[in-house]
Design a protein around this ligand. Structure first.
Ligand code: HEM
Length: 447
């Protein structure tokens, strides 16, 4: 598929301006703009100022790049722009180094480890919903962010030693997210300008690194196995080289996992409560299932197998609310769908846009958990549903996220109905996964 045998060039998205390229569309309406690209072809070029990106809109070409011919592609620019924060952690590393690190980190995320995390997730979810008062408005986005942060943090640092790092992540999260989003669309030349956005972002990254370095130094001096991810990273030995990770590498992995695992799960959970609030018939069925399987006791890992409708609600929300854009870079000249792409070119794929393509999903913008029934003709096919990506960079936290979200959802639903606060209008705003601008809801006691 990737031999260079034709010389067609990619369709160019309309509205390109000299020098600015498509920056205005990306800045003003990035979500609608990325979604519109599928109407122009399977490979569509857009220019972020003078930086061209070939966005792939067909599931087959995306599979070719992520899986089939993955060896011909590196990570690309979005990931390079994230290096000031993630250093050389899994989210930004590539090639042989990435493969080695992935082997070392993988055991902590293996399916067999998830039951061990489930109790902690259920305890955290229970504490969250126990802190709400019937009739008193909550910010669902803030609550889910805190919950997801605390779950990931407890996996990384099991005891009190990690508390300063957790507090710092919570403090710097909005600044870091704002900086990451701006930097991914900003021309490279602006990264080093001493504008307030860059200063805030660089200072937050530096603080976070310093605090995590201190936690690692304390772990190192105590030399006890705390049975958490940080202990695992500090003690793991590469079977091929016999090497252990440097303290800086441990820090980069911890930061990468904390950030990759917080906003993603929190955003999907927030959308789930929004969708349930808008679809009372779905909410009723979910509540009936949770009453049947869980009742009013705490949720356990064993409950997940019985929560099939709850799982469909999660998958359907994830389909509609998936990551917006990831990049890859062609390491050699390639031909994708008849389009010649020179070595060094940037490619992009959007799970969000793919999951809303009417050629792939019946009534794609309708929230319909029943499309996930095992006998549904409309059940999404694997290549068309890629919220966690695919191939060597596929999300390492996919099983963790699925358990965390289903447990939190069942735990909240066993106690509360969440209804939208009066006069709430929810707007979708750009982010790694587009998120609700604000989501004020009111818990009503169910029992
Ligand atoms: C619903 C929640 C989540 C979604 C939708 C999601 C989505 C993704 C996607 C699409 C990728 C691949 C990006 C690419 O193609 O380069 C990815 C990578 C990654 N995710 Fe997730 N993620 C979620 C939750 C988590 C959680 C909970 C963790 C950790 C606790 C996590 C850790 C990571 C890491 C470390 C990578 C980089 C993997 C590598 O390149 O080897 N994610 N995620």
């Amino acid at each position: 598929m990737t031999q260079v045998n034709q010389s067609r060039t990619a369709a160019v998205a309309p509205g390109r301006l000299p020098v600015l390229g498509h920056v205005l569309q990306l800045w003003r309406r990035p979500i609608a703009f990325l979604e519109s690209l599928r109407t122009y072809g399977d490979v569509v070029r857009l220019d972020v100022a003078t930086w061209p990106v070939h966005v792939l809109t067909s599931p087959e070409l995306i599979q070719t790049v992520l899986v089939g011919d993955a060896k011909n592609f590196g990570r690309g620019r979005i990931f390079e722009k994230l290096r000031p924060l993630f250093g050389n952690g899994l989210v930004t590393s590539d090639g042989e180094f990435h493969r080695k690190q992935r082997r070392l980190v993988q055991p902590a995320f293996h399916r067999s480890q998830i039951p061990a995390y489930a109790d902690m997730m259920a305890r955290r979810a229970d504490a969250m919903s126990a802190s709400w008062t019937a009739g008193e408005e909550i910010s669902v986005v803030a609550e889910m962010r805190r919950f997801a942060m605390s779950s990931v943090a407890e996996m990384i640092f099991s005891g009190d030693l990690g508390q300063p790092a957790v507090a710092e992540v919570q403090r710097s999260l909005p600044t870091v997210l704002e900086g990451m989003l701006a930097r991914t669309v900003m021309p490279r030349a602006l990264d080093r300008l001493p504008i307030p956005l860059n200063r805030r972002f660089d200072a937050a990254c530096a603080r976070l690194r310093r605090i995590i370095d201190e936690v690692i130094a304390q772990y190192g001096s105590e030399k006890q196995n705390r049975d958490d991810l940080l202990s695992l990273l500090m003690s793991s030995v590469d079977p091929e080289t016999g090497e252990t990770m440097s303290d800086e590498q441990v820090r980069d992995e911890a930061i990468a996992i904390m950030f990759a695992g917080t906003e993603t799960s929190a955003t999907v959970l927030s959308w789930i409560f929004h969708e349930l609030g808008r679809h009372p018939e779905v909410e009723k069925r979910l509540h009936a299932e949770v009453d049947d399987v869980v009742g009013t006791r705490p949720v356990t890992y064993a409950d997940i197998a019985g929560l099939t409708y709850t799982d469909s609600v999660f998958r359907e929300a994830l389909r509609l609310h998936s990551p917006l854009l990831f990049t890859r870079r062609a390491l050699v000249p390639v031909n994708l769908g008849g389009v010649s792409i020179p070595a060094g070119s940037e490619l992009g794929y959007s799970p969000y846009a793919l999951h809303r393509d009417p050629a792939l999903f019946h009534e794609p913008t309708t929230f319909d958990p029943d499309r996930w029934n095992s006998d549904s003709a409309d059940r999404p096919r694997p290549h068309r549903f890629i919220p966690f990506g695919a191939g060597q960079h596929k999300c390492i936290g996919d099983n963790f996220a699925a358990a965390e979200i289903v447990i939190a959802l069942a735990s909240v639903a066993s106690r509360w109905r969440l209804v939208h606060a009066p006069r709430t209008t929810v707007r979708e705003v750009p982010a790694g996964i587009p998120q609700p601008d604000a989501l004020a809801m009111i818990p009503l006691a169910r029992h």
